[in-house]
Design a protein around this ligand. Structure first.
Ligand SMILES: Nc1ccn([C@H]2C[C@H](O)[C@@H](COP(=O)(O)O)O2)c(=O)n1
Ligand SMILES: [Zn+2]
Length: 139
């Protein structure tokens, strides 16, 4: 291999950068970025699923179901009837991350979520993983 011209070797360091994000910080950063896509006016949640090879296999954020207008469904937290609140409709970030996954199952995966998973999502994560509980890291 040819040597770099002396002008370049003077200006470029030969050392790799050491002050980089740890992988967990990076994956939680992806979850935090995903949360910024959420239309929920009060709480934005992001989730990032990572496999054993440290590859991202699914990302999601909380939002209304596909095809249901963000403008036509309620975003309020309370109402006389549950159907008048967002809770009746909204899909949680973890559910969306699972549905967006690009692998058959989530065996050995870790999910990075910006909020603690609810009981329903915990059940989904367990089933999607095929038996045992998926790890959760919460920010
Ligand atoms: N693990 C979680 C917990 C909550 N969410 C979503 C569901 C709602 O859109 C919002 C919570 O709204 P709040 O009661 O704080 O007004 O966060 C989720 O996606 N994942
Ligand atoms: Zn949930």
């Amino acid at each position: 291999m040819s040597k770099l011209p002396s002008s370049l070797s003077l200006s470029c360091s030969n050392r790799k950068r050491e002050d980089i994000l740890e992988s967990a910080q990076y994956f939680m950063g992806v979850a935090l970025l995903a949360a910024r896509r959420s239309r929920d006016p009060s709480t934005q949640v992001g989730a990032c699923i990572v496999n054993e090879e440290k590859k991202i296999v699914g990302v999601g954020y909380n939002g209304m179901p596909n095809g249901c207008g963000d403008d036509s469904l309620p975003w309020r937290r309370s109402g006389d009837n549950p159907v008048e609140t967002k809770y009746f409709y909204v899909c949680h970030a973890e559910l969306n991350a699972i549905m967006n996954k690009n692998s058959a199952d989530l065996k050995g995966c870790t999910i990075y979520v910006t909020l603690f998973p609810c009981n329903e999502c915990s059940k989904l994560l367990i089933q999607a993983e095929n038996g045992s509980a998926a790890q959760s890291l919460c920010g």
